[in-house]
Design a protein around this ligand. Structure first.
Ligand code: GLN
Length: 447
């Protein structure tokens, strides 16, 4: 059924870069066979999944939405992908994304934009836009994305589904093509919060192949799904900032979400995050490009892609990096290299690191007073294709509410809050470090 849906709709949505039709059917038959023999094929047996194209899949082209990797087929699976497969999930395909996960609209893909299933004139958000649009269009009930500054949550919000950015270190980054390693985190997108929990129970595992993976056992996320109240939870509603840039339907959704929390027994208060809102965006857009400029140095025309005829090393770099990276990736590499250069290191990189520390401290203090924070996911609903394409700063400004969670390594859930004038609205719930399960509990109560 999912493959039929992809066949009939993906010509318009363009969520998938690769569809693994034959292999998926073969795997489905295997799972059927295992069930018939009375074996337990796992928690996700027979569940079709989509995976963002920056997660390595053995023997299946992995492009990162870029031309520079050519037809590269990874020789191994990312840990999160391996765990899905071991739990019986069926990999249906790889999804479109902004090149190297740099963007908020999936318009920066070398393979053309993905369309928002609610309105094809609008973007699905990004960078995990293919995963979000695919789930929203009914291609699969579950998808993986990656979130460095909002790339799971904002597309989930724009497409009317749910998305979780786990605590940094909860899901292995092994096999995730690095964008900004200290911020990157793999996580699930689904139509229901319960399915996010199911996905997390499969992919959130300690992994010796990722040095930043936390070693402790994870809680059982599904336990949090059976919730019928929020008694005793202290929920902070973000206040004290100029919300005139937040669209009216999103402001209304926040008021309603707060009221539902209260009706379910939570205690409400107003909280402020002045440092996160004032410095989050600026420090992210120094630190993420700085890390990216280093991570993307490996795409040198030798190891990946087509080895061009070149007269010398510099010529090789110019040909491959010049031709095969898109404009946004080049912009980030240039910004990052500049911020790291010896003359400007203290002024930009070091200052941004200090701001990051201050943001971490701010959250620690606020989470001394409340158990979770309610904020918008993004200030707007899905915008029009092309609307921000030649104004990168405006595109970046839309990330203000999502970036702080990455800077502080915290879990954050984007929750669909209904449809206003034909477009999905969403709210975000932020939690303290490693309290991802609490977000599932609140999400289940609010959805
Ligand atoms: N939109 C942000 C950026 O362009 C976040 C991207 C992400 O989370 N991968 O960097």
């Amino acid at each position: 059924a999912c493959l039929d849906r992809i066949r009939s709709l993906d010509g318009r949505v363009k969520a998938c870069l690769t569809v693994l039709e034959d292999r998926a059917l073969e795997k489905a038959r295997e799972v059927d066979g295992a069930l018939a023999r009375g074996e337990d094929p796992g928690l996700l047996s027979g569940v079709p999944v989509l995976v963002k194209d920056n997660l390595c899949t053995v023997g299946t082209r992995t492009t990162c939405g870029s031309r520079i990797l050519g037809d590269w087929e990874p020789p191994y699976d990312a840990t999160a992908v391996r765990l899905l497969k071991e739990a019986g999930a069926i990999l249906l395909g790889k999804t479109n994304m902004d090149e190297f996960a740099m963007g908020s609209s999936t318009e920066h893909s070398a393979f053309g934009p993905t369309r928002n299933p609610w309105d094809p004139e609008r973007v699905p958000g990004g960078s995990s836009g293919g995963s979000a649009a695919g789930v929203a269009a009914g291609f699969a009930p579950l998808a993986l994305g990656s979130d460095t500054g909002g790339s799971i949550r904002q597309p989930a919000a724009f497409c009317g589904i749910q998305g979780l950015k786990p605590t940094y270190g909860l899901v292995s980054r092994y096999g995730l093509v690095a964008y900004a390693s200290s911020l990157d985190q793999v996580g699930p997108l689904a139509r229901e919060v319960g399915d996010l929990a199911l996905g997390m129970d499969v992919i959130a595992r300690p992994d010796p192949l990722d040095a930043t993976s936390c070693r402790e056992e994870r809680p059982r996320f599904l336990d949090a799904v059976h919730t019928d109240n929020l008694k005793g939870l202290r929920i902070g509603v973000l206040g004290g900032f100029d919300d005139s840039a937040v669209e009216e339907p999103i402001r209304k959704a926040l008021v309603l979400a707060a009221r539902y929390c209260q009706d379910a027994g939570a205690l409400l208060s107003e909280v402020r995050l002045p440092l996160s809102l004032e410095y989050g965006l600026a420090s992210y857009y120094i630190l993420a490009p700085a890390e990216a400029s280093s991570n993307l140095a490996r795409f040198d025309g030798v190891r990946y892609g087509s080895a061009e005829e070149a007269s010398c090393l510099e010529d090789l770099y110019l040909r491959t990096r010049g031709a095969d990276f898109g404009p946004e990736v080049k912009r980030r590499i240039l910004t990052g290299t500049y911020a790291l250069s010896s003359g400007y290191y203290d002024a930009f990189y070091l200052k941004a690191q200090k701001a990051r520390r201050a943001i971490v401290r701010e959250f620690r203090q606020v989470f001394g007073q409340v158990d979770a924070i309610l904020t918008p996911t993004a200030p707007t609903r899905a915008f029009r294709q092309g609307e921000h394409l030649d104004d990168p700063i405006r595109m970046y400004l839309g990330d203000a509410f999502t970036l702080p969670a990455n800077l502080a390594g915290l879990p954050a859930l984007s929750l669909c809050a209904g449809i206003a004038e034909g477009l999905p609205t969403a709210v975000q719930i932020l939690g303290p470090w490693r309290k991802d399960q609490r977000l599932v509990r609140i999400g289940v109560m609010l959805e």
